[in-house]
Design a protein around this ligand. Sequence first.
Ligand SMILES: Cc1ncc(COP(=O)(O)O)c(C=O)c1O
Length: 400
Amino acid sequence: MTTLKLSSRLDGVAESSTLKMNAAARELAAKGHKVVNLTAGEPDFPVLDPVKDAAIAAITGNFNKYTPAAGIPELRKGLTRKFEKDNGLAYTPEDIIVTVGAKQAIFNFLLATINSGDEVIIPGPYWVSYPDMVKLAGGWPVTVDTDAKAGFKLTPAQLKGALTPKTRALILNAPSNPTGVVYTRGEMQALAKVLEGTDVWVVSDEIYEKLIFEGEFTSFAALSPDAFKRTLTVNGFSKTYSMTGWRLGYAAGPKPLIAAMALLQGQSTSGANSVAQRAALAALDLPDSAFKPMVEAFRRRRDRMAEIFSAAGNFSFVKPAGAFYFFLNVEQAYGKAYNHDQVLTGSEDLAFYLLNAAHVGTVPGNGFGADAYLRLSFAVSDSDVEEGSKRIVDAIAKLR
Ligand SMILES: Cc1ncc(COP(=O)(O)O)c(C=O)c1O
């Protein structure tokens, strides 16, 4: 029989480590174990009622048909108001595309801008999907390791050092998944300055915009007219509005780029789901006070995790200023053994040890380009934060 082949495009593309660990934790729980699952990449809060009501009204009102590939006009218009109010950005509806999650916005951007061998700079630790998405687009991810001592912030010198004639884009994500880093306006301005005079795009992934505990959020595009022209501002409804499963994101940038992304979208997904778009319009009308309780809960849980790991004495971390992840340095566990001779060599080993021995699900740092770390989500109940963190401390203390 002939061999049916798959595309070489998939060579070297890895499975998302977040999804892998989440699946392993769920499997163990399904066997009846009390698993504390700290792998979640989504809020543990419900969708707010006005958003649900708008979706129900869209369904009962038969809002069922295909929508324009770039999104329904009223949502694109609504997003111009959001950008104006929250970010001081003056976009027109034609500068905006509605996508199937922020992820599709980034993917469309890469397909629309990257030629074979083009380089994309990604500060690490990075969101697991960026390098693989760049590879799928035929590009080359150039990861630049930031330093925990510098608060995991990319420095202007690092950015300058990574630029080559092949650099096509920089992907910046703040607040960051997995580190929670938030840049000051001055720090961002210094990065923007490095790019002046180049033809490098910036993707500013602002999906955790509203989940900030310290500092102030700055949109990269709002830094200067030069920054505005080179930036694709990416955002979505998944995190702030707990709408991960509704798959709705958006991006704003120069018209030719948005038109190219819409062309791609028209030939792939045909655009986002009609009902979710109506619901998103209602979400945009919610005042920030609507999700304040969620932000306060995340802050409280973050503080509790910090207390527990500080009290344990032998862990180091940079307290996250935003998002809902705690990036914990666990190097002290490497080289130690469990069951007498099972030596832990890295974050994946440790994550599986913690899952099997202590029934706590974590995400290994290697998928984020930082093997010395584990990512712990605090988008879980206060009691799971308490119990999960203590189980990690106790299980690591047992290693010899
Ligand atoms: C940094 C970052 N960007 C984008 C996304 C994707 O969001 P969406 O659900 O809108 O596709 C995530 C989700 O985990 C994320 O952490």
